[in-house]
Design a protein around this ligand. Structure first.
Ligand SMILES: [Zn+2]
Length: 487
């Protein structure tokens, strides 16, 4: 059987830490990078008698994420104990949500954004839970023999976003994960920092011949980069197809991606839900959300990235590619663009400047965020520079130099133009006088032009520009010279 006859069936489970200052059930700090085991207390350690209290801000973020993904937000959801043993989980159970999660039934519709695939991706559910601690396997003198545990992360609020197995290609899964990352960062729920583990993705992968029921799936855990996700899925799909073609059985299991060897390795046979002995968390009442609270959160939602891109295209006549460049490549460019336009800049000119000279400057300085550049050249100053070009005060090429000086000295374009006498000569009387002078001194070329040798025109323009010290407005020189020669 040809491998082309198989299709991949991919679903994602994304764990996103919520950007609260304190943990989900206690007051301990969620700050990353503290000395090990300094942000812990009886509650997040699960010591006997300690009682959890739900963090209100974590709930608000979970609701935001649910709304952003088109989910139904449930007015009543229930926390559950998920029982398992692991050294990073001192309680012996994780507080999660199981049968009644906070949000279900979302959708990222086909075509709703350039970054999402061109077919519907259904969101099964979003549930809230607490993160576990972290095992430290390296960095200690005795790391070859021992592992250590840091419980600072234990109790950090998480949402888990589960998709239906609607994805068909590894590249689509990676693009969709990028879409989710951008969305969660835009709504302020997550910092998007995948290296620190605040956003991680598990991929459920199986293969089948179209029309067949779902095959046994492998769950590849903890993929913390878009590239790893894509590579791991591609590897899994090829591995499973090969197994089926050689008559092996694909088993349901949990696998890990080994980025060095660029392959997945079996970790354990996959647990079933009943292995966890879920039951309602006895120390927490059901989470009840009044409709007014959900409405208030909905009303305070920021504009979502896909909506923003559509608005940029519609309001400013940008192409979809330009809107993506302004919103997806570097943080802050899109806001800077809109500020410049609000300050009066022509949208097309502002876009060209920002994707041209401004981006080039950021490249040169190795800036990822526009912040430092926007402090030296606020958007309103860029708008004023663009206005000077449109008024003919300076030429486009002079403007490039002025921009450099604006950045270096944090001055306005007008101040630089005035201080350095860069303003173009645009005054008709002055230009006419220069032309008269040039025509008198160049009788030969003038006669050539009048005799039909049109190439003499460019020579005469050059002479006028030279007489003006390069500062005459070239468009005006052309007009007025033509008029003088044809008089
Ligand atoms: Zn604590």
């Amino acid at each position: 059987m040809e491998s082309a006859a198989f299709e991949a069936v991919i679903g994602l489970e994304i764990h996103a830490q919520l950007l609260t200052a304190s943990k989900i059930f206690c007051g301990c700090s969620t700050a990353f990078g503290a000395a090990p085991n300094t942000h812990i207390c009886p509650v997040c350690l699960g010591l006997p008698g300690a009682l959890p209290v739900l963090n209100r801000a974590a709930v608000d973020f979970a609701v935001r994420a649910g709304l952003a993904l088109g989910c139904t937000i449930h007015q009543r959801s229930v926390f559950a104990r998920k029982n398992y043993f692991y050294p990073d989980l001192p309680k012996g159970y994780q507080i999660s949500q199981y049968e009644l999660p906070i949000a279900t039934g979302g959708l990222v519709a086909a075509g709703s954004d350039s970054r999402a695939p061109d077919y519907d991706i259904r969101i099964t559910r979003i549930h809230m839970e607490e993160d576990a601690g972290k095992l430290l396997h390296d960095g200690f003198a005795d790391s070859s023999r021992r592992s250590y545990v840091d419980l600072n992360r234990a109790g950090t609020p998480l949402i888990e976003i589960v998709t239906e197995p609607d994805l068909r290609l590894a590249a689509h899964a990676a693009a969709f994960f990028e879409y989710l990352r951008e969305l969660l960062v835009a709504i302020g729920a997550n910092d998007g920092n995948m290296e620190e583990g605040s956003l991680r993705c598990d991929a459920n992968v199986s293969v089948r011949r179209p029309g067949e029921p779902l095959g046994a799936r492998a769950e590849v855990k903890n993929l913390n980069s878009f590239r790893f996700l894509e590579e791991a899925i591609d590897y899994e799909v090829a591995r499973q197809i090969e197994a089926i073609e050689t008559g092996e059985r694909v088993v349901q299991e949990t696998r890990l991606w080994d980025p060095g060897a660029r392959r997945t390795v079996s970790m354990r046979s996959k647990e079933e839900a009943h292995d966890y002995r879920y039951f309602p968390e006895p120390d927490l009442p059901p989470l009840v959300l009044r409709p007014e609270r959900i409405d208030a959160i909905a009303a305070a939602m920021p504009e979502l990235p896909a909506v923003w891109r559509r608005r940029l295209v519609e309001s400013y006549q940008l192409t979809a590619a330009d809107a993506s460049m302004l919103t997806q490549v570097r943080p802050g460019l899109g806001r800077y663009f809109e500020e410049a336009v609000r300050a009066g800049a022509d949208a097309r000119a502002a876009k060209n400047w920002i994707l041209g000279a401004v981006s080039a400057k950021m490249n040169e300085l190795g800036l990822d965020d526009i912040g430092p550049l926007a402090r030296a050249v606020p958007a309103v100053n860029l708008a004023a520079l663009i206005a000077l070009i449109e008024q003919g005060t300076i030429s486009g090429s002079m403007a490039k130099d002025v921009f450099e000086k604006m950045f270096a000295g944090s001055q306005t374009a007008a101040a630089i133009v005035a201080a350095e006498g860069l303003a173009q000569i645009d005054d008709e009387g002055q230009i006419v006088a220069l032309i008269a002078q040039v025509l008198t001194g160049n009788a030969g070329p003038v006669a050539d032009y009048r005799g039909g040798k049109t190439s003499a025109f460019g020579f005469l323009v050059g002479k006028v520009m030279k007489a003006a010290g390069g500062k005459a407005n070239p468009k005006r020189v052309n007009e007025l010279l033509k008029r003088a020669l044809e008089a």
